[in-house]
Design a protein. Structure first.
Length: 256
């Protein structure tokens, strides 16, 4: 199964398109979320790692494997650095990672799903040690408090349904998304939550926000560069990295 990073962007909310109506995220989930899905969402590389790099830096950097950071030292600009330079905070939560910014795999933690660990400039490495944090498997409610400007969350290899059942992944997603949407940052109306799979094409892409029209399907084809572009625009970062500059504009495609 594909992995399911959960990225949240805290940003000034656009003008509401419809009042929240409490419809469900999916027919088998008992929770109230306002959500939209896109018609087609595509990977930009294979296997996992190039897609994570693309979604956070606007390029795959020629990577076509899942090797650890020791083999791929990426010094390019990235969304974590963009957020810091704009005066915001950028945090990553990696489930089952034993310590901050771990550069190697463990039984249930896969570093290939932790893009911040690959950015290797001095500034990025220090930020990773401080801001790339373990997410305890038993406590996704740690995300229920005030969120950073940009938060990147990755489940472990069981809860992403790779090594365990889809039902296990659904249960994790239910707990985690519920914690976020019931938290103060989301309830203030200033947060967009993206539920993103890394591969393969085609795959789901779900956008959750208090101002979206529930159940809407956004027409068009989008990819991880579109996600990065939307994140940069929502956070007002003042530019687009790499391929994000020419990517399909997700926000402009939202139904009026």
């Amino acid at each position: 199964m594909a992995k399911v990073p959960v990225t949240t962007s805290a940003a000034p909310a656009p003008k509401p398109k419809a009042p929240p109506s409490g419809t469900t995220l999916a027919t088998n989930r008992k929770a109230s979320f306002e959500y939209e899905i896109v018609e087609r969402y595509e990977a930009v590389g294979s296997p996992s790692l190039p897609n994570y790099l693309a979604a956070t830096s606007g390029s795959t950097h020629g990577v076509s494997d899942d090797a650890p950071p020791s083999e791929h030292r990426i010094v390019a600009d990235n969304v974590f650095r963009q957020v810091r330079h704009s005066g915001g905070t950028a945090l990553s939560y990696q489930e089952a990672m034993p310590s901050n910014c771990l550069q190697r795999n463990t039984t249930r933690y896969a570093v290939k799903h932790n893009p911040a660990a690959y950015y290797a400039s001095g500034e990025d490495r220090e930020a990773c040690r401080l801001d790339n944090l373990p997410l305890r498997a038993s406590d996704p409610t740690s995300l229920a408090g005030s969120l950073a400007t940009f938060t990147f969350v990755t489940p472990d290899l069981c809860n992403d349904s790779h090594d365990c059942s889809v039902a296990t992944g659904d249960a994790w997603l239910q707990r985690t998304v519920s914690a976020i949407v019931n938290g103060p940052t989301y309830r203030a109306g200033t947060t967009v939550l993206f539920l993103v799979w890394d591969e393969p094409t085609p795959m789901p892409f779900i956008m959750v926000a208090p101002w979206v029209r529930p159940g809407t399907q956004v027409p068009g084809t989008f990819n991880h560069y579109s996600l990065l572009r939307a994140t940069e625009d929502l956070l007002g970062l003042g530019g687009h990295l790499g391929e994000a500059s020419s990517a399909a504009d997700l926000l402009a495609s939202l139904p009026a």
